[in-house]
Design a binder for this molecule. Structure first.
Ligand code: ATP
Length: 247
C-alpha cells in the first residue's frame, strides 16, 4: 500500500480571546482519507480549533497548513478555496426551500456560472448523504437527522479535501447516528478527510482512525480509539466521568 500524504498539519497553534487562552500549542496531523476525532470536555477548545483552521478565528501564534499551503491569516472563503469545508453545531440551511434548492444555491455560491450539469451534481451529493428521493422536500420539514445530513451535503458542494464537522450527531437518535457513521465511512472510502468534533463517544470510537483529546486548550492525548480509551489521563479528565454518567 502506498503511504497516504499528509493533508493537514497543525503545529504549536495558540489562540487567546483577551485574557483567556482557548488553545495552547496544539498540534494535530490528518492524512488524506483519514477521520480524526477531536474530543474533550465543554470549553476545551474544540470549536475554536475548527474555527481557527477554517479562518473564522484568528490564531495568536502557530502554524496550520493544508497540503503545504499556509492557512493562518486566511479568511473562510480562502480556506474554502484551498479545500476546507465546515459545518456548524447549529445547522444553517435555507429552511423554507427544497433540498434541491439548498444544493443549487450552495453549488452556485461555490462555483458560480462555471458549474455544469447541476442536476447531476445534486443527485451525486444526495447519494453521498443518503438523501436520494428527498430532493423535493422542504428542508425545514425534514426529520432532524436528515437536516444534519443535508448540512454535510452542502459542505460537500464545494468539493473539499477536508471536512470539519462540529457535533454532527448532536440531537440525533441512535439510528440516525448509525446512518451518520455509515456516511462518514463512505466519505473516507472516497478519499475525503474529516476532522470530527463530537460528544457521542460511540460515534467517535466507531469511526475515527485517530483521536486528539483537548483539555483546557491543550493536547492531553493522541492515539487510536483503543489507546485513548485506555489512557488513564483521558479516563480521569473526560471518558471516566462520561462512562459513569452513561452507566
Ligand atoms: N469568540 C469568543 N470570544 C471569547 N471567548 C471565546 C470565544 N469562543 C470561545 N471562547 C471561549 O474559549 C473557550 C473554548 O471554547 P470552545 O467553544 O472552543 O470549546 P469547545 O471545546 O468547543 O466546547 P463545547 O464542547 O462546549 O462546544 C471557552 O472558554 C469559551 O468560552
Amino acid at each position: 500500500m502506498t503511504p497516504k500524504s499528509e493533508l493537514l498539519m497543525v503545529d504549536k497553534l495558540s489562540v487567546s480571546f483577551g485574557g483567556l487562552q482557548a488553545l495552547k500549542d496544539v498540534h494535530l496531523n490528518i492524512q488524506e482519507g483519514q477521520i480524526v476525532g477531536l474530543i474533550g470536555p465543554n470549553g476545551a477548545g474544540k470549536s475554536t480549533c475548527l474555527n481557527t483552521i477554517s479562518g473564522f478565528v484568528k490564531a495568536t501564534s502557530g502554524k496550520a497548513d493544508l497540503l503545504g499551503q499556509n492557512l493562518i491569516g486566511l479568511k473562510p472563503f480562502q480556506t474554502a478555496r484551498l479545500g476546507i469545508s465546515r459545518t456548524f453545531q447549529h445547522t444553517s440551511l435555507f429552511a423554507d426551500v427544497s433540498v434541491r434548492e439548498n444544493f443549487r444555491r450552495s453549488l452556485y455560491s461555490q462555483h458560480g456560472q462555471r458549474i455544469r450539469d447541476v442536476d447531476g451534481h445534486i443527485k451525486e451529493l444526495c447519494e453521498k448523504v443518503h438523501m436520494t428521493g428527498m430532493q423535493d422536500m422542504i428542508a425545514g420539514n425534514l426529520p432532524y437527522g436528515a437536516q444534519r445530513r443535508l448540512a454535510i451535503g452542502l459542505a460537500l458542494a464545494c468539493n473539499p479535501k477536508l471536512i470539519l464537522l462540529d457535533e454532527p450527531a448532536a440531537g440525533m437518535n441512535p439510528s440516525e447516528s448509525k446512518e451518520l457513521v455509515r456516511i462518514m465511512m463512505n466519505l473516507r472510502e472516497e478519499g475525503f478527510a474529516i476532522l470530527l468534533v463530537e460528544h457521542d463517544m460511540k460515534v467517535i470510537m466507531n469511526v475515527c482512525d485517530k483521536i486528539t483529546v483537548l483539555h483546557h486548550g491543550e493536547v492531553l492525548a493522541q492515539g487510536t480509539p483503543t489507546e485513548i480509551q485506555e489512557n488513564p489521563a483521558v479516563l480521569e479528565a473526560y471518558l471516566g466521568t462520561r462512562r459513569e454518567t452513561h452507566a
